[in-house]
Design a protein around this ligand. Structure first.
Ligand SMILES: Nc1ncnc2c1ncn2[C@@H]1O[C@H](COP(=O)(O)OP(=O)(O)OP(=O)(O)O)[C@@H](O)[C@H]1O
Length: 299
């Protein structure tokens, strides 16, 4: 993305600030926000209220309120079993809450199916499944593209239009592969990629959907140190394009390096929020990790 303020966002309406300005704006937006669970943000893209998910007698998620500030990178942390992945699954339509509601970009998100959530602009990355691993890197990108409505009709009645769409999707896939340094791997099977390259592919696939918000589940898991920095830069790049990022991560170095804001879950609830510095000094966080017998002396 160039420095031009006339560039458009994925939504195609708002002017985009350049990278540094975008970061400054994100930090400034959170400057006067108190480090308390459920605290209101100046411009939330996502607002979740009373979201609860029980599995039998176990309450996996019980979040009273969480607002995610637009244009920021927010980390969701917490000890093992805190409910982070379940919360992600609920927000992205891969699981249904026992109760609760949320709004994404001004639109009700609860009860939507995963493809509807993605179409609304909230896209989560996925670990490559076995089936995807057996496909080439390029095919992984192509099948991530949104389904063309009336695909068959177009193909039958107006083949030139359909072919034009297909060519545009392929062009976009190749551009993204180049951006994520995967172009030379386009014909390789995804299974042949290293752990870090898989993470890059997962991010690239998400961008095929032009998201407003990207949800990353442990983006650093299984990534060797050499690729870590590159991945971090790519995630910062999403914010520089005006996207909002919410990620679950155990790697606290990464959280400190890129997160503008951190939300902490323990035993299903949101126990606190704040900047990475505020969170590091918060005894509630330390207690939660120790209480969960998590080997997190470094946290
Ligand atoms: N489908 C399910 N059926 C029953 N229990 C579940 C299910 N999914 C999650 N749980 C339970 O819900 C709780 C929260 O799990 P979850 O995976 O969301 O935590 P997490 O914070 O993502 O943990 P981790 O950091 O270890 O990935 C755990 O006690 C887990 O065992």
């Amino acid at each position: 993305m160039s420095d031009s303020e006339t560039e458009q966002t994925a939504a195609g309406t708002e002017p985009v600030l350049d990278g540094r300005e975008q970061h400054r704006a994100a930090v400034a937006a959170l400057l006067n926000v108190a480090p308390e669970p459920g605290v209101a943000k100046p411009d939330p893209i996502l607002t979740a209220t009373g979201v609860r998910r029980a599995f039998g007698g176990l309450v996996a998620v019980d979040v009273e309120r969480l607002e995610v500030q637009r244009g920021t990178i927010t980390a969701l942390i917490g000890p093992n079993g805190a409910g982070k992945t379940t919360f992600f699954n609920l927000l992205t339509g891969f699981d249904q809450p026992s109760r609760g509601a949320w709004e994404f970009n001004g639109r009700s998100g609860a009860r939507l199916r995963s493809y509807q959530v993605a179409r609304a602009g909230m896209v989560r990355t996925f670990q490559l499944t076995k089936a995807l691993s057996r496909m080439t890197v390029l095919d992984n990108m192509l099948i991530a593209a949104p389904n063309q409505i009336g695909e068959r009709l177009w193909a039958g009645l107006m083949p030139w239009l359909w072919q034009g769409q297909e060519a545009a999707v392929k062009r976009k896939a190749l551009e993204l592969l180049e951006r994520f340094q995967l172009l030379s791997k386009k014909d390789d099977y995804a299974a042949e990629l290293s752990g870090g390259q898989r993470k890059l592919l997962e991010m690239a696939r998400a961008l095929m959907l032009d998201p407003l918000m990207v949800m990353l589940d442990e983006p650093m898991a299984g990534v060797n140190p050499a690729l870590k920095q590159s991945l971090l830069e790519h995630i910062k790049g999403l914010r520089e394009e005006g996207m909002t990022v919410l990620f679950v991560e155990h790697d606290m170095d990464m959280v400190h390096e890129i997160a503008d804001w951190v939300a902490v879950m323990a035993a299903g609830s949101l126990i606190t929020e704040g900047t990475p510095e505020q969170i590091s000094a918060d005894t509630r966080v330390i207690d939660a990790y120790l209480g969960a017998h998590h080997d997190a002396a470094q946290h």
